[in-house]
Design a protein around this ligand. Structure first.
Ligand SMILES: Cc1cc2nc3c(=O)[nH]c(=O)nc-3n(C[C@H](O)[C@H](O)[C@H](O)COP(=O)(O)OP(=O)(O)OC[C@H]3O[C@@H](n4cnc5c(N)ncnc54)[C@H](O)[C@@H]3O)c2cc1C
Length: 441
């Protein structure tokens, strides 16, 4: 196996842990002539998660205003106000335009690169790093960070893809500043394995407990299994805690891997998981015919039954439901699918109507964090300055991106947060270098 290049020096002005969107933009924005910056990435290729965003097409941001953005980050959204004020969605689009990337605005205010490829975004950042001579080493994992007696950071690295002789190599780099941009803990195969939280904790920072967000749910009973593979475009999903409605959304959902997924479910998942953890009993009520009230739906069932009078009740259901749902609905209503629609009783119609307007699935929990789109929890925001992304505990330590206790809805909000906080951290580090008149080379 070809050996990766090792770090060129043992001392740097800035060491960035993590070559995701936050780390890469920070590297670019911190760049000062004759100053050594290095980005450490544990995977063989930088920005692995960025490359799979938006199903490979990268929903980079959203055209919503700042207030809407903040709302989309829930309890911790306010922390992002300062970063958004400095570097927001139009700045991000302009930034990439200058790197040669054009965008298209799609449904829901979502921006995607015109190429339709997330790779375009990752590669344009890496090209810029190259132009600026910023060093990036892959296959190196930051294992431990300490602050030595002279106030410098010492980062212990292990080479992840072992050399041909199978010997583990470790080395230590010294740095004036460290940016932790190591991401969260979801999709660990992309490199975001939660090690950023351990590093931050080792440096004295508090980690708000990690839970999956934007994650599929696990239902009780066998309905999710019976509907496996079904996607429903226009449905209204209500969330109940006991008798109380605690959430509602309209849109798309799907059943896959015997779990309940799709945009509507993912975006309500964080609240649902929190409630289940607090001991609440949660169930979903899915309205498969949101455009029809009970009366209109009953008339529709009657009409279909009369149109299909020479066929079967199963055929009537087929006009109302996708094929994958027919057996389940026959089972739950107790209707004999083979009988003639003329034998449809009003009791059966009522049962069918109720089920179409409210298919009930109790929720027992979520899929594992490895299937979550983002991680909720992380470095406590109380210990980070929102103006600079600098640690309030250790001078010279910075944070950006998902390693922080921030997580937003789907729609381009999470990448914007990673880029905005990364941009701010980069500029703050640059300012501190310029203030001290540092030079390495
Ligand atoms: C399938 C999927 C699709 C998504 N789609 C979208 C979307 O379309 N739009 C959107 O806004 N958001 C999307 N997200 C969320 C978004 O990708 C993340 O919020 C964003 O990538 C976070 O950026 P980051 O730079 O903070 O962290 P990451 O992108 O996770 O990057 C962190 C990097 O640090 C490296 N690293 C970690 N620990 C170490 C260590 N100890 N040493 C060295 N390197 C380390 C990792 O290998 C990784 O490359 C999606 C997420 C997933 C999983």
């Amino acid at each position: 196996m070809k050996k990766n290049p090792d770090p060129l020096y043992s001392e740097y002005s800035i060491i960035i842990v993590g070559a995701g969107p936050a780390g890469l933009i920070a590297a670019i924005e911190s760049s000062v002539k004759n100053v050594r910056i290095i980005v450490i990435e544990q995977k063989f290729k930088p920005a692995m998660k960025l490359r799979i965003t938006g199903k490979g097409s990268c929903n980079i941001t959203n055209n919503a205003g700042v207030e809407e953005f903040i709302k989309n980050f829930g309890r911790n959204g306010r922390f992002l106000r300062q970063s958004f004020n400095k570097f927001f969605n139009d700045d991000l689009i302009g930034y990439f335009n200058e790197l040669g990337v054009d965008f298209e605005l799609e449904r829901g205010g979502r921006y995607y690169p015109k190429s339709g490829k997330a790779e375009t975004i990752a590669d344009s950042l890496l090209d810029r790093l190259k132009d600026l001579n910023i060093e990036i080493v892959t296959n190196y994992k930051a294992e431990n960070i300490i602050v030595n007696n002279s106030g410098k950071f010492e980062v212990e690295l292990s080479e992840k893809d072992r050399s041909a002789d199978g010997i583990d190599t470790t080395l230590t780099l010294k740095g004036e500043r460290i940016l932790l941009a190591a991401g969260g803990r979801s999709y660990p195969g992309t490199g975001s394995d939660g090690s950023g939280f351990i590093l931050a904790e080792g440096l004295g920072h508090t980690i708000v407990p990690i839970i999956p967000a934007l994650v599929p749910l696990k239902g009780k009973g066998d309905i999710p299994e019976q509907l496996n593979g079904l996607s429903i475009r226009n449905c209204r999903v209500k969330v109940f805690s006991g008798d109380k409605k605690v959430g509602e959304q309209f849109g798309e959902m799907e059943f896959r891997d015997n779990e309940i997924a799709g945009p509507v479910i993912l975006s309500m998942s964080r609240d649902i998981i929190e409630k289940i953890r607090n001991g609440e009993k949660i169930f979903l009520s899915i309205d498969l015919k949101p455009a029809l009230d009970y009366k209109k739906l009953d008339n529709r069932i009657l009409r279909e039954a009369s149109d299909k009078k020479n066929k079967s009740c199963g055929d009537v259901l087929r006009t109302l439901l996708p094929e994958k749902a027919i057996n389940l609905f026959l089972e739950l209503t107790g209707i004999d699918g083979n009988k003639n629609p003329g034998q449809f009783t009003s009791h059966e119609r009522k049962k069918l109507n109720n089920l179409l307007k409210g298919l009930i699935i109790p929720v027992k929990g979520s899929a594992s964090i490895s299937k979550a789109l983002v991680t909720s929890g992380g470095v406590s925001l109380r210990e980070v300055d929102p103006l600079t992304m600098g640690s309030k505990i250790i001078q010279g330590l910075y944070f950006a991106g998902e390693v922080l206790d921030i997580d937003g809805e789907t729609g381009g909000f999470n990448l914007q947060a990673a880029f905005s906080t990364g941009w701010v951290a980069g500029r703050s580090m640059k300012e501190s270098i310029e203030k001290r008149g540092e030079k390495d080379e």
